[in-house]
Design a protein around this ligand. Structure first.
Ligand code: CIR
Length: 257
């Protein structure tokens, strides 16, 4: 799919109060903002026009806009995030999407879905069943995707403690390749793809952005970078330290369409 636009939202002054499982210390907000600007620039280098929403201090995790919607070439679906503190992030994202999507479907209670659990691989959607995306949410999402002609498969990652979301451990790279960590269960849903496994010490690098003809990866993961370069990808790297501290990775910071 060719991407033309992205929606992003910078981290707010309350960012350090967001949810995290890491013990890497509090994020440095000024540095996070610098990293966010570099992120926007990288999206532009990939050919996307970037809309920057204003920071929202009411929601500390609101820079991770990916979790609030699932965007496809045939329509948008508003999610219902699995963390109660994040449910209120959705309405302002729906408002920002309305100029581009005439109808926006929704995941409803008791279903929960985080967009970080949804990985599109050439028109087939892999849906992670996680501690954020529950069975009812995955069922609703599969139905809504089916309504607009997209098949999907569910991958249960609830036993993979190191994965917050499916896309914490997996990225689709176009041309049939998937980059992933050893944490992701090797289910039949992955059989059609060529799998490239990142080394254990570089697990964070499994989340990357394949945008048009470029690959954006996190800085500091040389083995993964070399493997991807040898596949012929043009690579941009970004320092992600202040997002990693809050369990965030590259895809979480934008909605792309
Ligand atoms: C959270 O726990 O919800 C945020 N601190 C991190 C969300 C990361 N989002 C993503 O991977 N899609």
């Amino acid at each position: 799919m060719r991407y033309t636009r992205a929606i992003v939202r910078p981290p707010p002054p309350t960012y350090a109060a967001g949810i995290t499982s890491t013990r890497e210390g509090a994020p440095d907000l000024p540095l996070a903002l610098v990293q966010h600007q570099a992120y926007c620039l990288a999206l532009e280098q990939c050919g996307l026009a970037v809309s920057v929403l204003s920071a929202d201090a009411e929601f500390p995790d609101s820079c991770f806009v990916e979790d609030t919607a699932v965007l496809t070439a045939r329509g948008a679906i508003a999610t219902r995030p699995g963390a109660p503190s994040r449910v209120g992030e959705v309405s302002s994202i729906v408002a920002a999407l309305h100029p581009y999507f005439s109808e926006i479907a929704s995941v409803n209670a008791p279903g929960t879905v985080d967009g970080g659990d949804v990985c599109e691989a050439d028109g087939h959607f892999l849906i992670g069943l996680s501690h954020r995306t529950n069975e009812e949410g995955a069922r609703q999402l599969a139905g809504l995707l089916g309504d607009i002609g997209f098949p999907s498969s569910v991958i249960d990652i609830r036993g993979s403690r190191r994965l917050l979301h499916l896309k914490t451990g997996i990225s689709y790279l176009d041309d049939g390749r998937i980059l992933l960590t050893s944490d992701v269960p090797r289910t039949a849903a992955l059989a059609p793809y060529e799998l490239i496994e990142v080394p254990e010490a570089e697990r964070y690098a499994a989340n990357c952005l394949c945008l048009n003809d470029k690959l954006v990866i996190a800085d500091g993961y040389p083995v993964t970078r070399a493997a991807l370069e040898s596949c012929g990808y043009e690579i941009l790297t970004l320092e992600m330290s202040e997002y990693r501290k809050m369990d965030g990775s590259l895809t979480c910071l934008s909605l792309r369409f």
